[in-house]
Design a protein around this ligand. Sequence first.
Ligand code: GDP
Length: 445
Amino acid sequence: MFETLSDRLTTVFSSLRSKGKLSESDINATAREIRIALLEADVALPVVKDFIAQIKERAAGAEVSQALNPAQQVVKIVNDELINILGGETRRVRFAKTAPTVIMLAGLQGSGKTTLAGKLSRWLKNEGHAPLLVAADLQRPNAVQQLQVLGERAGTPVYAPEPGNGVGDPVEVARRSIEHARHAQHDVVIIDTAGRLGIDQEMMRQAADIRDAVKPDEILFVVDAMIGQDAVTTAQAFVDGVGFDGVVLTKLDGDARGGAALSVRHITGRPIMFASTGEKLEDFDVFHPDRMAGRILDMGDILTLIEQAEKAFDAEQAEKMTSKFASGEDFSLEDFLEQMQMIRKLGPIKNLLGMMPGMGQMRQQIDEIDDRDLDRVGGIINSMTPDERRNPKIINGSRRARIAKGSGVSVTEVNNLVTRFFDAQKMMRQMAGGMGIPGMPGTRR
Ligand code: GDP
């Protein structure tokens, strides 16, 4: 997402890099370029206008810094304004003082509501809650069943109408689900409601009736980012028809432009709370305006990366690895495998690299990375004997042929791995040398 905008802005900034000082015409030219970049990204016109006005005012204003060069100043201003447009502070879920907290989902059919219900329940569970999913979308065929499947995958119980027991009345289902949640000790209730293909009075009325019956603590408007400018119109219709507290953007993986994300908050005044980036339950996260701005400006999303790394890394394991290097033991294929497994836990490599600063220029190469390559490497190492892993120097021609056969790859692939491993080992030695770790082979002192 945001590739187009990101690329355009990078070009704008790089043309400023050689300037010693920004003249008024430089500022105007830059503002014009940013304007085009935003329009191309499908950002709504009123948002673009406000954005540009802010940039111009601040660039020309008193806040000219001695510490930053002109290009850096503009990047900083654009970054600040992007954060602003995206909503400023991260907006967290507000939990009710007395359980259960009721979260109601509203949005058009196909916006990804039901999928989101599953994702949200999984996320809440990971945060230590005991959510209940409620199937109050009785309009779309299979919506109830779809929610049941998702609930099963997320490990969340689903409250659905039983035949002959208020079937057909979503308001009644929603009302009863709250009672049920109280009895069954669920502290959060997520209500999936029916959408329509377009904005529709009947749909709005039903959503409003459910709202009045269950008095939600949070109404989340779910919107497909791929519908572009229509997202803004739809959001406005839901503000008027049902009202909502926060926005969830879905299918951000499919939209390279991201204009909806940049417009919806400014137009509706409601914060974006979550973002969905795929069909799987885990393709979902809290929306952080500052991190998103950083990603658009290709400054990398270091915070997200660190947070993910913290979740995946086993502190004890990392400690073991560090002390091992410090004690002068050589880096073995076993360590290599262990590290690879740690990295794999962080998720798809593509996503990981995408979060690193400056990787925007390498997008195409990153897209070609296939996680299965890593798994193949794991397979090759697993086919080695413990001796071979600890001391790869002994892996001669006949051993390579055996390993290739065992892991179902060609001998060339085994050769490549061994060569790459020796390179990595050399690098580790140099790094340890550079850091002056005592006793490490190859230490330069
Ligand atoms: P609902 O009608 O609003 O309940 O929408 P669904 O949850 O059934 O979603 C409609 C379609 O969009 C399904 O095929 C989902 O798998 C897909 N979908 C939902 N969220 C995402 C997302 O973030 N990315 C992508 N690529 N597809 C999604």
